[in-house]
Ligand binder design. Structure first.
Ligand code: AMP
Ligand code: GLY
Length: 419
């Protein structure tokens, strides 16, 4: 099979790595890809927002399957346009991707289907939102609706902070906001695959969103992850599937929306059970990296089955080992940072068994790998335990020669504190 992978991050490098191991694969293209992906795929400079150009490339190159990594092309309806052109694609349609793109849509769906999530109100009026916050218990959570770059979620400890968050969101005149109750507990992510009829669990992970050790500093796309998530016991997983994920796919179907792709449920877990914080319509980054390290079965066969409505006919097995990934970012990330410096020591770092280095923001320049983004590498390892995977990953990090980078030194702390 010829596959086109859309995206350029660490998530996509790990997907490319797993796809490249499939006996079904004959050719892998990536658009645009990155320095690491270019070792295993042909990177093509397609404008992914130009859907007819993507479809044209697929026709010209006889692509059998398009795999879409990031959310933006999903929310923009790339899958719809590919399907209309007769091209198979893994990922939800525009309507289905609202589960990530519109918090208002998802909260309403949860309310209608009785899915456990934080109580909320949706506002399009600034004054009404301000009045509501003034009488809400603290902390209160303020979320911009839509794929709100940069001003996504504020967990406000004071009313002043909540009102400042509203002011920032409503600076844009057609803004909308979800204001919701604060959920206490431990966060974890559960992944599931859906083909529209069958929904199957696809692993668990925990990530680290803050930039610095001890979960301090600004929010990022994720500074590290590990899998499995110990807090998602078998009993919790059964509840997540039965109370959250399966009812979501059913509620979408009842609205005429067939969900095909990954459902990434961000959960808060406490003694009362799991509650949904948010959905994403794609794999997590860097959660995907640790899932791919643990996946034993053929990713391409699995994604095909999801597209064909045949997820009940395949096996999905995971290695017993744990996996952990440390993001190495450019100094300054998530604020301003510089790109273009050479990263040394990559081969030495990746040499020990069980270590994989997934590139995120890199580009190849002849024989050199240069930084080309905020999150630059995902230094990943498997181990018998999370502690062993962590030790291996940091050993690999320490073999890198890249003075312009930094990483957190405590990835995995939640899973390790009990031991
Ligand atoms: P999101 O962008 O929706 O993933 O939210 C970012 C982060 O905000 C989450 O990972 C949580 O840590 C936190 N968060 C969002 N909603 C809530 C909530 N209702 N209660 C507590 N924390 C929340
Ligand atoms: N690591 C968080 C995300 O992919 O959304």
């Amino acid at each position: 099979m010829k596959v086109l992978l859309i995206g350029s991050g660490g998530r996509e490098h790990s997907l490319a790595w797993a796809l490249a191991a499939s006996p079904l694969l004959t050719k892998l293209y990536a658009a645009p890809g990155n320095g690491g992906i270019s070792d295993i795929a042909e990177c093509v400079a397609l404008d992914v927002s130009d859907h007819s150009a993507v479809a044209g490339f697929c026709r010209d190159n006889k692509i059998d399957l398009v795999v879409i990594g990031p959310e933006a092309p999903l929310v923009a309806g790339l899958v719809d346009d590919l399907e209309a052109a007769g091209i198979r694609a893994f990922g939800p349609t525009k309507a289905a991707a609202q589960i990530e793109g519109s918090k208002g849509f998802t909260k309403e769906l949860c309310r209608d289907a009785g899915i456990p999530t934080a109580a909320y109100q949706h506002f399009t009026d600034h004054d009404a939102a301000r009045d509501y916050v003034r009488s809400h218990a603290l902390p209160v959570v303020v979320k911009a609706d839509g794929l709100a770059a940069g001003k996504g979620v504020t967990v406000a400890a004071s009313r002043e902070e909540a009102i400042a968050a509203l002011d920032a969101i409503f600076a844009d005149s057609d803004a909308a906001v979800v204001i919701e109750e604060f959920l206490d507990g431990e966060e974890a992510s559960v992944f599931a695959l859906s083909d529209g009829h069958n929904v199957i669990p696809f692993g668990t992970a925990q990530d680290h969103k803050r930039a610095f050790d001890g979960d301090t500093g600004p929010n990022t796309g994720g500074m590290g992850a590990y899998s499995p998530a110990p807090v998602v016991t078998e009993a919790v997983m059964a509840r997540v599937m039965a109370e959250i994920i399966e009812p979501t796919v059913a509620a979408l179907a009842a609205r005429g929306i067939r969900y095909r792709g990954v459902l990434y449920a961000g959960l808060m877990i406490n003694a009362g059970g799991p509650k949904l914080i948010e959905y994403n319509a794609r794999f997590g980054d860097p959660e995907c990296q640790v899932l791919m390290l643990r996946l034993q079965d053929d990713l391409l066969a699995i994604l095909n089955a999801a597209v064909d409505g045949a997820l009940d006919q395949i096996s999905i097995r995971w290695r017993d080992e744990a996996a952990l990934s440390v993001v190495v970012a450019a100094k300054g990330y998530p604020g301003a940072y510089e790109s273009g410096s050479e990263i040394g020591g990559l081969a030495e770092a990746a040499a020990p068994p069980g270590v994989e280095i997934f590139h995120a923001g890199t580009r190849r320049d002849g024989g050199r790998i240069l930084s080309a983004g905020g999150r630059v590498l995902g230094v990943s390892a498997i181990g018998q335990t999370i502690a062993e995977a962590q030790a291996r990953a940091y050993e690999a990090v320490d073999r890198l020669d890249w003075p312009d980078g930094f990483c957190r030194r405590d990835i995995g702390w939640r899973a390790l504190r009990a031991f």
